[in-house]
Design a protein around this ligand. Structure first.
Ligand SMILES: Cc1cc2nc3c(=O)[nH]c(=O)nc-3n(C[C@H](O)[C@H](O)[C@H](O)COP(=O)(O)O)c2cc1C
Length: 357
């Protein structure tokens, strides 16, 4: 079994260890979806991760989910991200941008547009807006000839990400956002080529990935999936068949990696491991599992064939998570109240381990 602390070649990069910082929205971007100096500090503090995957970044205004999230659809946004990618690289790190189109998990008060989705089916729960949580709006179902432009938005954002100095991009195909809505059997009720059968429902994800590969190259393109996950009310009634079919198509594109959340039974995840021939990142957090995962869960999945392991909250609260896990130092717990509150507290204030004599 490989050690979490051994090097791994990913795309054109050599990762010094196999611990990936999972994407986490922190809603601290400046007006206009711009990255800030505090964001540069936050990511640079965590540069000892084998790979950092950024918070979800919207590829278009209509694709924005929450207020305060950054974008990659204007030149100003590209320029603002350079301080982040430079800071990470100066500290010896590597960073991919997660491209996240919210689809129906969005609100007109945030973007100025009625949200779009595969079908006019609202998500479950409430969506955050500047005036507080509001019921999820009914999205506008995309016309068949509009769908390709939303798939291409991931590629355009990918091109901008590379211009901004990112080492690559991860398409957010997980957690109930646009790609996941197309994969879903209850958010996607379409009867055109983007819906219905498994082949129809995976088409949007495959087109988004293919367009991104064409724009920035396969070595710079990864994708995140949450097989069978029920975020914002999405259901994948045939998770195993659907995700196997998707990975078979994605394998033809030779993506840099697939990033799976442990949102379905382990035997399905192992079938997905066997289907996907390339690099596999596993986020080992299971619903109702330990609140912060560590070396035990990492070793379990490395033993089951994962190549890389991602940690979200572990990296949020421990900029030096890799060193703490490697040397057995205590790991700090997250403070949930500061996840999305803005400002520096609970963002760039988590210290590296301090020895007290
Ligand atoms: C504050 C916060 C923000 C998150 N934002 C994102 C996101 O933007 N994109 C994404 O794919 N997952 C997001 N997640 C999910 C994490 O990437 C991860 O899958 C989840 O936290 C479970 O892993 P963990 O137990 O290691 O934290 C977020 C999680 C947290 C705690």
């Amino acid at each position: 079994m490989p050690s979490l602390f051994s090097a791994y070649p990913l795309g054109g990069l050599t990762l010094p260890n196999r611990a990936v910082m999972a994407p986490m929205s922190r809603v601290r971007a400046a007006a206009g979806g711009l990255a800030t100096p505090a964001m540069a500090t936050y990511y640079a503090q965590r540069a000892t991760a084998g790979l950092i995957v950024s918070e979800g970044v919207q590829p278009s205004l209509v694709g924005q989910s929450n207020p305060g999230t950054p974008g990659l659809h204007t030149d100003e946004q590209v320029a603002s991200w350079r301080q982040v990618t430079d800071a990470v690289h100066v500290n010896g790190g590597r960073i991919f941008a997660q491209i996240m189109h919210g689809g129906r998990v969005s609100h007109q008060d945030t973007t100025g547009f009625q949200p779009v989705g595969p079908s006019a089916v609202p998500g479950e729960g409430s969506v955050f807006t500047l005036s507080g949580p509001q019921p999820m709006p009914v999205p506008r179902a995309l016309e068949t000839d509009e769908v390709p432009q939303h798939a291409r938005a991931y590629a355009d954002a990918g091109r901008r990400a590379v211009d901004a100095g990112f080492d690559g991009v991860e398409l957010h195909g997980a957690n109930g956002y646009l790609i996941s809505q197309f994969l879903s059997s209850n958010a996607n009720l379409r009867d055109d080529r983007y819906g219905g059968s498994v082949t129809g429902r995976i088409r949007f994800a495959v087109e988004a990935a293919a367009a991104t590969v064409e724009a920035v190259g396969a070595a710079r393109t990864g994708i995140r999936l949450s097989p069978g996950g029920g975020f914002w009310g999405v259901v994948e009634k045939d998770a195993a068949e659907l995700n196997i079919a998707l990975l078979e198509e994605l394998a033809r594109l030779d993506l840099a990696y697939v990033h799976l959340e442990a949102t379905t039974d382990e035997d399905v995840l192992l079938r997905l491991r066997r289907t996907w021939p390339g690099a596999l990142i596993v986020n080992p957090t299971v619903p109702n599992g330990p609140t912060q995962t560590g070396l035990t869960e990492a070793d379990h999945w490395l033993n089951q064939g994962a190549d890389l392991i991602s940690f979200g909250r572990g990296f949020l609260a421990n900029p030096d998570l890799v060193e703490r896990l490697r040397t057995g130092l205590p790991v700090a717990r997250v403070e949930q109240a500061t996840f999305y509150q803005g400002g520096d507290a609970g963002y760039i204030t988590y210290p590296t381990y301090q020895h007290v004599a």
